[in-house]
Design a binder for this molecule. Structure first.
Ligand code: PEP
Ligand code: MN
Length: 336
């Protein structure tokens, strides 16, 4: 249920109302807009007398909503969320008209690799560095990432370039190791690892939540809700392609997810054209398409030597190819 307050309601009147709603065992999510305050009532709203509530002189209108996601719902929070990543001069904003490119290798392999790639993607306009330290591989015999050492190398690359770092967490047991990561990624395979999501909801760090391999947009939003309902509202959603019957591309990029999610939620939506297609030559057209469709950012795999990459070389761009993609994307952004 959402209750929109009238303009000019005093702080004391608002607090009284919130206290009363809380006394009914409801959670109250307050969204302060420029002109209006919207209260999202979370929990069992069947006890709320809608006529009584609507009749209060400080209430503009009350609506029962059927969507099960409350915190992520645009109806509760009409203005776009802007997620801030990193600090100081290198702080990056995503959402609310702010666009950013995250780039870097699938996995961190060595100090020279990650630093070389970080410097190159920065020079081309990327403002965040990606790199996996814990890799979710289909086969247990494949390279699993450098784990703690990988995180350490990402920190070194951040020191060398100033780029905030983005890397994937696979288990809540690793959370302590991730406290220095600027944007924590939840990969497609963990989108419904609810215990992990709840733990990430308790920290004060931005989360990049990728859509699961075969998950609906509503399921993606419910996963965001797991994080947000614990208190962490800094969530960025990522469309990275879904499984379908055509195996020509690694996945099928659902570009309509961008405008659909923008209708349903205030959270920023970015696109991963690398995992969506699995083919480096398709990354440029899909990056441009996602940008044209209104994505708040892109996450692109870049490797200094794709043929020898330990993971996802076929979809990785060389730094030169990335430079071309970034240039065209920024040019296109000027028309949006
Ligand atoms: C990744 O970004 O490294 C990754 C494994 O992506 P996804 O979870 O989308 O497959
Ligand atoms: Mn990858």
């Amino acid at each position: 249920m959402i209750a929109v307050l009238k303009q000019g309601v005093t702080e004391a009147q608002k607090q009284n109302l919130i206290n009363w709603l809380k006394s009914l065992n409801l959670g109250v999510h307050v969204s302060e807009g420029e002109y209006q305050t919207v209260l999202g009532l979370i929990g069992d709203t069947s006890k709320v007398d809608i006529d009584l509530l609507s009749g209060l002189d400080i209430i503009d209108n009350v609506t029962r909503i059927s969507e099960p996601f409350k915190c992520a719902n645009r109806r509760f929070h009409p203005q776009d969320t802007v997620v801030e990543i990193g600090s100081g001069d290198n702080k990056v904003k995503i959402g609310g008209g702010n666009f950013a490119i995250i780039a870097g290798p699938c996995s961190v392999e060595s100090e020279s690799q990650i630093i070389e790639v970080a410097k190159a993607v920065k020079a081309s306009g990327a403002t965040l560095l990606r790199g996996g330290a814990f890799k979710p591989r289909t086969s247990p015999y494949d390279f699993q990432g450098l784990h703690g050492e990988g995180l350490e190398l990402l920190r070194k690359a951040r020191e060398a370039t100033g780029l905030p770092i983005v890397t994937e967490i696979m288990s809540a047991a690793h959370l302590d190791m991730f406290m220095d990561v600027d944007l924590i990624q939840v990969g497609a395979r963990n989108m419904q690892n609810f215990e992990l999501l709840k733990e990430l909801g308790k920290i004060n760090k931005p989360i990049l939540l990728k859509r699961g391999l075969a998950n609906t947009l509503k399921e993606l939003l419910m996963s965001a809700e797991y994080i947000m309902s614990e208190g962490n509202e800094n969530v960025i959603l990522c469309e990275r392609g879904i499984r379908s019957f055509d195996t020509y591309t690694r996945n099928v990029l659902d570009l309509s997810a961008i405008p659909v999610l923008q209708e349903l939620t205030h959270l920023p939506v970015i696109v991963d054209p690398s995992h969506a297609t699995g083919k480096s030559r398709l990354v440029k057209p899909m990056s441009l398409a996602a940008t044209a469709a209104g994505a708040a950012g892109l996450i692109i795999e870049v490797h200094n030597d794709p043929i020898h990459a330990l993971c996802d070389g076929a979809q990785s761009l060389t730094p030169e190819q990335f430079d071309d993609v970034a240039r065209k994307v920024f040019q296109l952004r000027e028309f949006i």
